[in-house]
Write a protein that binds this ligand. Structure first.
Ligand code: 1PR
Length: 556
């Protein structure tokens, strides 16, 4: 990668991993440099990686002149509508972009870049949009979990070259709380259902824009992107579009990563968080290789947890950044990274904010960051003082990268009590009584990988984090971790019913039926597992095969 400060940056790097059997885009009618508008927020690396995988070279926009010279422009937008519009204005990119959009040259906008084409957004009423299309952007009004996160389908309203080779029953990855509301029907390319029908892509002449992320939508997404890059596809209308689209339940593969005693970075796995066996750290494989395998098997997301980052500083732990960079070259589904996301002062007194740490992860290919220990400390402070500072890692990262980019990883442990008023915490009645016949329990949050219990319960933690701006809860369970005994459905129901954001059920999966159980007996939006995948007991494809008749999933 040439990242010189002056002149456009050109990515020429090639993956050093064995490529997946996806044909590079050899059929471009005319070799055209793809210009990519990176305004400095979020994960553009994945878009670059996807375009490079398709055999193209990417040139980054450094100035308005680069937009004027562009022949084929891709604009990935993430985060906040207001922040995007402000940055375009401050960097003098707004007018060149409007000129480009009026020129009729090919344009592909992704996510907030679709929203930017309209006149205004409820998310930032003070910032006008580009006004290329009539209409506005509004927040979802549904009782379903917001953000709308995950794989959903498309209903085609027009023929399009983008659909060449697609059946219509594919699912694409969405992550957003707002959607466009065009003033006319003319430019609607697709709609999707989530509580109600909303516009998920537009097409006007050579301008297309999608609310979903093709670069994160596996093979179907790459196909769609390839069709855009090729520029010579016949317009097609897929025949297999559903009448109503349904958000799929997600299957997530989790890789707990740490250095072993020899200093090698390995994927490990604990039993109730104890990752040592006969004194040594369990080694279940290499992070990049395993992530690639899980993508191939049909994982809907990959999560990396740097499990010892509470004692090391992740920006000095560069291998994790390298793991992300390498993985994102080959894995085209969302990547979450957790571990050590907090403010930090190094030995020389240099202060790094949690936002800086997160930014480094986003630049390296992460789509979401997960915050564990720091979230507990933040919630403790909010509960003590009765107010949020606006400066916590959760608030700062959500403000810049959007709520959907902030996952809270909770590590709770069951504490049995004799009655509901025995403690000040949120207590639930349980069907599995405690050692002394206790009928109740609460879920104590821990920090530092389960090493330290704190005076906050998991339900309260989830609620306060949602108020602070978190977009998703990764709900582990120390009692079930590595036991193969199934998810803790009581914990999941208690937390899911207390928040409106999506919940990822984690810990305890031992067979495919456990996934069906968690999806039919709780409202969890996703289920995460580690051990059964690492030990090759049940491949992800087998889990999906087991689910496909009873639970909506993304087909492999
Ligand atoms: O506290 O912000 O530095 O983040 C540290 C992160 O590392 C947290 O998300 C925490 O959950 C995780 N972590 C810390 N120590 C461990 C450990 O195992 N010793 N792993 C750990 C958490 C739980 C899941 C696991 C599921 C599924 N592991 O990641 O993958 O329980 O397992 P299973 O399917 O085998 O049952 P911070």
């Amino acid at each position: 990668m040439n990242t010189g400060k002056h002149g456009a940056k050109i990515w020429t790097g090639k993956s050093d991993l064995v490529p997946f059997p996806l044909s590079p885009c050899k059929h471009l009618s005319k070799k055209t440099m793809i210009t990519l508008l990176d305004y400095g927020a979020g994960n553009v690396r994945s878009v670059i990686n996807a375009i490079e995988r398709l055999g193209e070279t990417v040139k980054l926009v450094n100035s308005g002149a680069d937009i004027d010279r562009a022949e084929r422009l891709v604009f990935p937008g993430v985060g906040n509508f207001g922040a995007l519009m402000r940055t375009l204005r401050e960097k003098d990119l707004r007018d060149p972009l409007i000129r480009y959009l009026h020129s009729g040259k090919p344009f592909f906008g992704i996510c907030v870049a679709l929203q930017a084409l309209f006149e205004s957004s409820e998310e930032a009423p003070e910032e006008p949009g580009l006004g290329i299309l009539p209409g506005r952007v509004q927040r979802f009004t549904t009782s379903l979990a917001i953000p709308h996160i995950g794989w959903n389908g498309l209903k085609a309203h027009q023929a399009s070259p983008l659909f060449h080779g697609l059946q219509g029953n594919e699912k694409f990855y969405f992550v957003h709380s707002f959607h466009v509301q065009p003033a006319t029907q003319d430019d609607i390319l697709t709609t999707t259902d989530y509580g109600y029908e909303f516009v998920s892509a537009i097409q006007k002449g050579n301008m297309v824009a999608t609310q979903f992320h093709p670069e994160k939508s596996g093979r179907a997404g790459l196909k769609l992107l390839e069709n855009f890059l090729a520029g010579d596809r016949e317009a097609a209308r897929p025949v297999g579009c559903p009448q109503t689209t349904v958000l799929a339940k997600r299957i997530i593969a989790c890789l707990d990563v740490r250095a072993n005693d020899r200093g090698d970075l390995v994927v490990t796995k604990g039993d109730q968080y104890d990752v040592r066996e006969e004194g040594s750290v369990r080694n279940l494989g290499k992070p990049v290789t395993l992530a690639g395998e899980y993508y191939e098997q049909g994982a809907d997301e990959i999560t990396f947890l740097n499990i010892t980052a509470f004692r090391d500083f992740p920006l000095q732990d560069m291998p994790m950044l390298e793991v992300l960079q390498q993985t994102s070259k080959n894995v085209f589904v969302p990547l979450t990274i957790g571990g050590g996301i907090r403010d930090f002062t190094d030995r020389d007194g240099r202060f790094y904010s949690a936002l800086e740490v997160a930014s480094e992860y986003f630049r390296s290919g992460a789509d979401k960051v997960s915050i564990g220990s720091d979230a507990v400390l933040i919630v403790e402070e909010v509960m003590q003082t009765g107010k949020a500072t606006g400066l916590s890692s959760i608030e700062q990262i959500a403000r810049v990268y959007g709520n959907q980019a902030v996952v809270i990883s909770i590590d709770p442990r069951r504490v049995y009590v004799a009655s509901t008023d025995a403690v000040k915490h949120k207590v639930i009645e349980t069907v599995t009584p405690g050692p002394n016949g206790e009928k109740y329990c609460w879920y104590q949050c821990t920090i530092k990988g389960g090493r330290e219990g704190r005076e906050v319960d998991a339900i309260t933690l989830a609620q306060v984090c949602e108020q602070l701006g978190a977009g998703e809860i990764l709900l582990n369970c120390i009692d079930r971790d590595g036991t193969n005994s199934g998810f803790d459905l009581e914990l999941i129901n208690a937390v899911r019913s207390a928040v409106t954001i999506p919940v990822i059920a984690s810990s305890g999966a031992g067979n495919a039926e456990h996934f069906r159980e968690v999806f039919t007996q709780t409202r969890a939006e996703a289920a995460l597992a580690a051990g059964i995948f690492h030990r090759k007991e049940v491949p992800i494809s087998a889990v999906k095969k087991h689910l496909c008749t009873t639970v909506e999933i993304r087909p492999v």
